[in-house]
Structure formats: structure tokens, C-alpha cells
Write a protein that binds this ligand. Sequence first.
Ligand code: F6P
Length: 559
Amino acid sequence: MPLTFDPTSLPRHSAINNTPVWARLHQHQRATRHMHMRELFAQDEQRFYRYSVELDGLLLDYSKNRITDRTLELLLELADTAKLGQWQQWMRSGQRINISEQRAVLHTALRLPPGQRLLLDGCNVVDQVQQVLDACSHFAEQVRSGAWRGHDGQAVTDIVNIGIGGSDLGPLMVHEALRPYCQPGLNVHFVSNVDGQHLAQTLEQCMPGRTLFIVASKSFTTPETLLNAHAARRWLVSHAGEEAVSRHFVAVSTNHAAVQAFGIDTANMFGFWDWVGGRYSVWSAIGLPVMLAIGPVQFRRFLAGGAAMDEHFFSAPFARNMPVLLALIGIWYNTFYGAHTHAIMPYDHGLRRLPAHIQQLDMESNGKRVGRGGERLDFDTGPVIWGEEGVNSQHAFFQLLHQGTRLIPSDFILPLNSHYPQGDQHRVLVANCLAQTEALMRGKSEAEVLQELAHLPGDELDILLPQKLFPGNQPSNTLAIDRMTPYTLGMLLALYEHKVFVQGVIWGVNSFDQWGVEYGKQLAAQLLAEMDGQRATPHDASTTGLMRHFRHRYQGGEA
Ligand code: F6P
């Protein structure tokens, strides 16, 4: 395939499921599905060393998977069949691989160091990125040092980021994860939900003269964000007057005109570009609240971590390539085992919002039933992503992982050192994480249970034995991180971004559009117009009934 991407040269149907390797993978799954990971470990003392990869303080152990060398060989062949290497080059060089929106996909350019060159429509995007980064850095330094003053001369103590989806989840998660790096006395809040309590409860913690609002919206048309931004503006104006707005509102957006129309001084607007997808935008000016909290130097380390993973992804052989391996193993379960979900379990309180971020990243990218060419795909694509921090999750839903009926692959993410050493707590956390992956893998056999219950009389034993059995063979990857720093977090996020990209390439979907969220938005706008008195369009009986119920019960009370 040529380096210049030409969508018309692509096969009309990706048809990956009609390739010989696809059939061989199905065959291989049928032949090996009864194999137990216990046996695989027993047969190969080197399994951990052979099935793990390390990069700059991030170790991926993928040995606790139902895979053999043959499985990997076939999966790697699948990646080659899907022309993964070609797609990597197309993405990296700024080809318009987001076909349905005719856009380049260049979040990796956001992490390139200054001085590099990457031309898009004749402009060096690296220079554009660095200019915005410098502007954000200058602004962040002013706020952090107290040089930036509010309308009545006070320094900023509270920053409220108003955004939703990619304009919220990424920065929120990164901010939580990097708390130890945040400047004390500078509180960052995130408001996303159009439910008024989210903003109201946040504003209760803020003083108008000391609060800075960041309105973060790529499109600057998202109703939830604009409603919250207007409400925040009213709050400020009611306390401090109209002239306070320019000192207390800044915007992050690609839409200059809409920011201006909102009344924000465009001198205080930080831009980005249509080639940055919302769910990939935390590396852009959308990361401003993070930069304000951790400072520009640490923010650049976060970018450097992302860049290190990019370099690895673009240059490491697929057999030693972390994102490629994670993606292929995910496809093995999702497509060939029919596993519907994938769990993300961070053993780190700071990473507790990571599952939500990866959920958007993965499900909005690969939750597609149609291929790039518009063809209906007749195999499963993106899995349901879910998860919760350990050890809390152990006491909530791990029962089902251990003894339920479903195959649930998972990722365990474990920082090996804590920023908050408290007695023995971190070692207990680590022990729990490792114990869970071991238990999920090996299970507990009948012989082992019998040994434990040897003292019981026969009839009691008959009842209890099956209850105490653990089938095991439940797959997991472990991502062990030396310490959660801006750099290692950058690597971790970029790793998941590339994993999602690889899966999208193999399934033949466009991972960079999100038409599926539009229809609900249209219907909500229509229902709102009907609430405002416009003539009702026909609905189903349930929606009509619920609207009528709302009208009867709603007591008003909103502005
Ligand atoms: O509704 C989905 C979505 O378009 C996401 O893809 C995006 O991250 C979010 O809404 C917010 O969009 P914006 O940044 O344009 O307000």
C-alpha cells in the first residue's frame, strides 16, 4: 500500500473475517480452549520472562493468558494481514485516516518534542503545538505564582473545569492520578453533568474573587457544557459584575467564533485542532487544568512519557510491542472466545477514574458495527470496558470473576511504590493484587479443596466441595509501574490509546468518529422543544407516557 493514504484504494470491505488466518485462529481456539494456564506454567519455567515486556519502568506481564507461542504467531499474522504497519505509518504521518470526518489523527504530534517537523496542509503542526503549549505554560505560571489576579485583586485558589466526555474525563483522571505533584492551595474541580447539583455543589466550595473557570469544549457547541458555563457566568456576574468575566473565564476550544460569542476574551483562549479527537485530547490544551495543578515542567514530563510509548509503538517489533500485544490478546478473547467485556483494575486510589477514561477511549472508538467502508460487520468488535479500583473491587464483584460462569479478561495496574507510605499498607495492596491474578489464573482444584475439607463427613463434603472449587483459567495482564509519575502515567495512557487503535485497524472500523452519540442528542433536543411548548412529534407509548408523567409531577424551580 502507498505511504499517501487514499481511502479509495482501500478494499471496499475490510473482510478480515474471510481471511485464512481468521479461520485458523478459530480452529486454534477450538483445539486449545480446554487447556489450563496452570499446565502452561508447569510446562515452562520461563513463561513469565518470555511473556513480559518492559519499557522505562513499566512492565507488562502477559503470561497469565490462555495463549501459547502458536496463538501469538497466529495473532501476529492477523496484525500483518490487516496491514497494521501501514496504518501506523499513515497515522503517524498525518494522513486523513479518520475517513468519515476526513481528518488526520495526530494526537501523537501533541507529544512530540519541540524542533521536530510534521507537515499537515503545509504547516508544521509541531510548531503549532509548541506555541499553544508555551501560551498555556505562561498562563499556568501566572496563575500558580499568584501573578494572575481576579477582578478584585485576589489570587486564584480554585479552578473549575467545565467540560464533558473527552473534555472532562482525561484531565479529571490525570489530575487525580498526579495529586502528589499538585500545587498545594490550588484546588481543581471538574464539572461535567448537566444535572445542576454538580455545579451547585462545586460553587459552594468556591469564592467568586478567587475562582477561575476553564470552559473546555472542542466544538464549543455541547449543550451540557454551555449550560453549565452560562450558569457559572451568572453566578460570577451576580457576585462581581459583568466586567469580572474576562479575569475569571478562559476557554479551551477549536471554535474561535463560539468562544467569542460566549463573551470570553479570545486572548484567553487556548486552541487545538480538528485532528485531535476529544477522547485523545488530554495532551492538548484540554490538559490545562492538569498543567495548572502540576506545573508546565511536570506536564511536559507527562507528554514525554506519551512520546516514549509512541516511539516504542512505532518502532518495536510487533512480537515485543506492548500496545500490539495487549490489542491482540484482547482480540483473542473478544473475537475468538466471545468474551463480551474487559475489566480494568487499578490498584491505586489515584487511578480510580482510569476505568472511566478507558471506557470512553475504547467504547467510543471501537463501539462500531459498521466497517470503514460502510459494510455491516458480522463479528463482535469493541468490548464493554468496566472496572474499579482494587482492593475495593475485591469486596464487591470479584466473586463473579472467581466463580461465575463468564470469561472476563482483565488488566491489573499496579504501582510498585507509593507516594503515601503508611506502615505496611502498600505491601498489603501489592500482595492483594498479585494474589488476585494468581487465584484467577490457577484456581483451586478438587484435590486442593478435598485436602482442606478432609475433616468433614461425606454428605457435608458433597455439598461444600463444589462451592469451594475455583475453576481458575481466568486471564489477566499485569501492568506493574515502578512509581506513578507524570512520565509513567503518560506511557500508560498512550499504551491504551494505541491498543485501541490496533484493535480498530484489525476489525476494520474507524476508531476516530462517534456518530453513535448523535441520535440521542437529537432526540433530547426535540423532547426539550416539546417541553417548551412546541407541537409534539409522535413517540412510542413509553416515551409519551413518561413525558406526560413528567409534566404532571414536575414542579419547576429552574431559571
Ligand atoms: O458526545 C460525545 C462527545 O462528542 C465526545 O466525543 C466528546 O469528548 C464530548 O462529546 C465533548 O465534546 P466537546 O469537547 O466538543 O464539548
